[in-house]
Write a protein that binds this ligand. Structure first.
Ligand SMILES: [Cu+2]
Length: 362
């Protein structure tokens, strides 16, 4: 019965798409070509990490007014940093930006505006980097990506299990001055987990049907290629695939564990709402979602029907499996992307084309 809705939504989306009038080709003053992290030079990496740390030392935003008050997160911390505000926005919006039609548009705008904020607040002049995890799928744990331990240009590696999985090397290490406020004061944590779904399967077997799936098997180059060639014109199919709890988006989060995986630090008050709420704590979030955004952009570029495809609900289906991209009221291209004043807002239609946002992927 629930599945009957899907063709109707796609039809509505197609109607909206053809009626969509974008403002004329925006003149791009500059064109940003986003690069894979490992294609950046030593100095480019250092500048991005420096800007991130700079944001973590800036006082909180004066314009940010949270609008959602889910009961499963901690209260807003008035002594948090501007970086923490990005974490908190994602925490308070969690239930409306995951497993709803906002998932891809919201995170596209979030990465875009985070980079704009680095530029405005911390004089960052580079591009938004991304992490092509498909390059590491054979051996993520041993990948060069997690072996950059230098305190200037390194993202750091895995956390120390004897220190609550706190990262000890790289530019964001415990001794680097990079500290986080949510869900309680702590330093960056990463906890490598190759089979991250065993516990989830025990509680929610319908959402996590394959308990023993290896995280790295979900984001091989073949899987990414196949995804970008599938679901022609079918936004809901594409989103359901990439956001599926046991597919690449989720797998990278929970495999990296610690902050990116939403694992509560030892300092967290009990009960601690983890999951995807505070995953922005790890700046890797922006590199990971850069790649998710790239995969969406590549899919959009594969077919003119993909380029304009959009559909989805504005509220989560509590069972998830019936409507993995949300339930009515339906979202449309004029729906607002909520930012609660932390940065400018726009509409879903406003972020559908990355060329209109003046960036591309190398
Ligand atoms: Cu998210």
């Amino acid at each position: 019965m629930l599945l009957l809705w899907l063709p109707i939504i796609v039809l509505v989306s197609a109607t909206f798409s053809s009626a969509l009038a974008f403002p004329g080709e925006r003149h791009c003053k500059t064109q940003e070509v986003r690069k894979e992290w490992r294609k950046l030079s030593y100095h480019q990496k250092a500048r991005w990490l420096d800007a991130v740390k700079c944001l973590s030392h800036k006082p909180r935003s004066r314009t940010f007014v949270p609008s959602r008050f889910p009961t499963d997160i901690v209260k807003y911390n008035h002594s948090g940093s501007l970086y923490d505000d990005f974490v908190f926005l994602h925490m308070e919006q969690n239930h409306w930006i995951h497993a709803t039609g906002l998932f891809l548009p919201w995170h596209r705008w979030f990465v875009y505006q985070f980079t704009e904020t680095l530029r405005k607040e911390c004089r960052y002049e580079g591009v938004a980097p991304y992490w092509d995890w498909s390059l590491d799928s054979k051996d993520v744990h041993g990948s060069s990506f997690f072996k950059e331990s230098g305190s200037v240009s390194g993202l750091g590696g895995w956390g120390d299990p004897n220190k609550d999985y706190t990262v000890q090397d790289g530019a964001l290490s415990e001794s680097s001055g990079f500290a986080l406020s949510y869900p309680a004061y702590h330093h960056l944590r990463r906890n490598w987990t190759i089979q991250p779904y065993i516990a989830g399967h025990a509680v929610y077997p319908k959402i996590f049907p394959d308990a023993y799936v290896l995280a790295n098997s979900t984001f091989t180059p073949e899987k990414v290629r196949h995804l970008t060639r599938s679901h022609v014109g079918d936004f809901i199919g594409f989103q359901s695939d990439i956001e599926n709890p046991e597919h690449m988006h989720s797998a990278v989060h929970v495999m990296t564990g610690g902050d990116l995986g939403g694992q509560c630090p030892a300092s967290a008050p009990s009960p601690c709402g983890g999951g995807q709420t505070f995953s922005v704590n790890d700046p890797l979030f922006f590199l990971h979602h850069g790649m998710i955004d790239k995969v969406w952009a590549v899919w959009q570029g594969k077919h003119h029907r993909n380029a304009v495809a959009f559909a989805g609900g504005s509220v989560q289906d509590p069972t998830y499996v019936g409507h993995p991209t949300g339930e009515a009221p339906w979202l449309h291209l004029n729906s607002t992307i909520p930012t609660d004043g932390l940065f400018p807002s726009t509409t879903i239609g406003g972020v559908l084309s990355i060329s209109r946002l003046c960036y591309s992927y190398e």
